[in-house]
Design a protein around this ligand. Structure first.
Ligand code: 5GP
Ligand code: MN
Length: 335
């Protein structure tokens, strides 16, 4: 993988470009992809963002979201777009299996692959150019740097600002996590100059749910949460029947895991959700407990030191039992 700077000169010649990000995109994946799309379009490129899967309803308002191609729904069209592409940008993931069933299409594409990402342990052999910086708050911050460092600060408009702000806001826990550096605040100041309506974005992202989601959360806190004080850990296990009863959709469970960390003294929070294809884990930690390593070792996952995810093909009861078993070896580390 060559440094991203050696790619800058290729921005000047109009090309067919595909952007993709991890499956079930969050605010950062969607925001960085659409922010980059609005930038590249201004340079005269033909750009499409292909998402490997569907996304949460609360991302639908974003500028350009209506034009995103869902690979799972439009496999033929998406595959044709990839085969015609000169360049593929891979954002907010760094190992190709994170695009799920889209992986072979991306892996076998003849296009130049460019990585922009902030997760641990990139699969660098899979990319021609790229930048991988775990110190960065978000991929949105990295797309902002990409625009500025390639000499195009003047092209930052309201659409770009809106998309990039969304991802930096969600990935920093609304500017709360230690990753929120002075550079992040300087970037936000620059984005505000475009007329950015940050309060409105916050409302779209966090105050835009249906009643059933809050009732589901109440149910989950009451009946599905276990506090393991011995390990300063909280674990929540959501069976399929809860998702059906409360009509829970993609995105409705996002952020739930963070609530578990609000209990005094808790260092590790874990939630597992019984999705159709797999049991999906989310891990969050405070301080030195490394959930990237934890997810990698025990739950086929990864991510960041304090926020990671994983999966299991076991039953919800089975994978929850495994969590209870493996946590025992971390008693010292969590105290
Ligand atoms: P979340 O719990 O919000 O789904 O994910 C937390 C962080 O871990 C995000 O940065 C996400 O990209 C990453 N992550 C989630 N699931 C996985 C996974 O299965 N593998 C890897 N490598 N990273 C993941
Ligand atoms: Mn991210």
């Amino acid at each position: 993988m060559q440094p991203i700077q050696s790619f800058f000169s290729q921005l000047n010649i109009p090309k067919n470009i595909v952007i993709t990000a991890h499956q079930k995109p969050d605010g950062d994946a969607m925001g960085s992809s659409l922010g980059l799309l609005h930038f590249l379009t201004q340079l005269g490129h033909k750009v499409t963002y292909i998402s490997p899967t569907n996304w949460a309803d609360f991302l639908e308002w974003m500028p350009g979201a209506k034009e995103v191609v869902n690979y799972e729904k439009h496999k033929k069209e998406a595959t044709a777009l990839v085969n015609e592409a000169d360049i593929i940008f891979c954002l907010d993931f760094n190992i190709l299996h994170r695009v799920k069933y889209f992986e072979p299409v991306i892996r076998n594409a003849k296009a130049i692959k460019v990585l922009i990402d902030h997760h641990e342990f990139p699969e660098i052999a899979a990319f021609d150019y790229g930048i991988s910086l775990t110190s960065k708050s978000s991929t949105c911050e990295m797309v902002y740097d990409f625009i500025v460092d390639s000499g195009h600060d003047h092209l930052i408009n309201l659409d770009i600002a809106t998309c990039l702000y969304t991802g930096v806001m969600t990935d920093t826990g609304s500017f709360r996590f230690p990753s929120t550096t002075a550079s992040v605040h300087r970037m936000v100041a620059r984005l505000k100059e475009t007329g950015l309506q940050h309060s409105l974005i916050h409302d779209y992202m966090f105050d835009n749910f249906l009643e059933n989601r809050l009732r589901f959360m109440g149910h989950a806190f009451l009946h599905r949460m276990e506090v393991l004080y011995q390990y300063n850990t909280v674990v929540m296990s959501i069976p399929k029947k809860d998702l059906i009863k409360y009509d829970i959709k993609t995105g409705d469970t996002e952020g739930l895991v963070n609530w578990l960390l609000t209990i005094q003294g808790i260092k590790l929070a874990a939630i597992v959700i019984d999705r159709d294809e797999e049991r999906k884990w989310s891990f969050r930690s405070k301080g030195n407990f490394d959930v990237n390593i934890f997810a990698r070792l025990h739950f086929e996952g990864g991510g960041h030191k304090n926020a990671s995810g994983g999966r299991s093909s076991d039953t919800i009861e089975g994978t929850t039992a495994k969590f209870h078993e493996v946590i025992q070896q971390y008693e010292k580390e969590l105290n």
